[in-house]
Design a protein around this ligand. Structure first.
Ligand code: FES
Length: 147
């Protein structure tokens, strides 16, 4: 059986095969829940990330970060920290700035420029209030993030 016949028998096209890895990556990627009012995730925050999975591999090394369920988790030089991932100004996504050990609003290029410490406090406005901070607990490769 030739390759094309094989894939035809499986019911997939070459395009599906080419893009399948990207689709899997997306489905395993991080998700962001509705950040809710004031940049805080709505509902209870209590989830566990398996650091052995590729989707969370950025958290293995110091400097990495992952966003999940409206929370940005960063591996700082002092350990793991987790804060609400939406800026308290207008809700733009935060990014972890390892070089400066802080969270920067992704709207920085657009001119807002808020910055937050790793404890969530505002270090540069116009963000009006601190980020909600969450607890973390690492057992083996399982990192729990909770309120
Ligand atoms: S949305 Fe972050 S500073 Fe404006």
């Amino acid at each position: 059986m030739k390759r094309k016949e094989f894939f035809t028998a499986l019911g997939v096209s070459a395009g599906t095969v080419m893009f399948a890895p990207f689709l899997v990556s997306c489905s395993k990627g991080t998700s962001v829940a509705d950040p809710g009012t004031g940049g805080t995730p709505s509902g209870t925050v209590d989830f566990t990330l398996d650091l052995s999975l590729a989707a969370n591999s950025a958290l293995v090394a110091v400097g990495g970060s992952v966003i999940n369920s409206g929370v940005i988790i960063a591996h700082t030089a002092s350990g793991y920290v987790a804060v609400a991932s939406a800026c308290t100004h207008q809700g733009a996504q935060l990014v972890f700035d390892n070089a400066n050990n802080r969270f920067n609003c992704s709207s920085t290029g657009g001119g807002h420029g808020s910055q937050f410490s790793t404890t969530g406090s505002v270090t540069a406005g116009p963000a009006p209030k601190a980020l909600k901070m969450y607890s973390t607990s690492l057992v083996g490769t399982k990192l729990r993030v909770f309120a």
